[in-house]
Write a protein that binds this ligand. Sequence first.
Ligand code: FES
Ligand code: FES
Length: 166
Amino acid sequence: MEHPPTNVGSGVEVDITVKVNGEWVRQRVEARLSLADFLRQCCGATDVHVGCEQGKCGACTVLLDGLAVRGCLTLAAQADGAAVETVVGLTQAGRLTALQDAFLARNALQCGFCTPGMLVAAMTLLETGPCPDRAGIREAISGHYCRCTGYEAIVDAIAAAGEGNP
Ligand code: FES
Ligand code: FES
């Protein structure tokens, strides 16, 4: 029985140019390669963590032209011509320091697996305006799973940073 044609695994490749943490990267990649795998495998951005690969855990969250996206649900080809920032890139820009200090001070880092995505989500939340209450913070990070079950400490840290009190 014949199967329908598919590109998955067929080796279709595309040339992309992506600005990753301020540096332009030119690369030929498989059309099906995820942005998360591109960042980790082609750019050495191992601060991008991959958990579920289904858009559920949030560990792979990065900024694509300033918008938070799931790296596992975004194709590398979709980032062609765009700027991507991982948590390390954000750190180099100095924009996460207060959040990072708050996470450190309140023991919200724990194993660190969900931390990059949590920090990106928290930064985008705090950039949208005054820090919301704890319910609002919980809602904002509800798409991020923390397997260390450290949500209380993480909410504490985001609230503290939002109040300018890391
Ligand atoms: S690895 Fe992307 S959301 Fe879980
Ligand atoms: S800190 Fe370990 S998974 Fe969240």
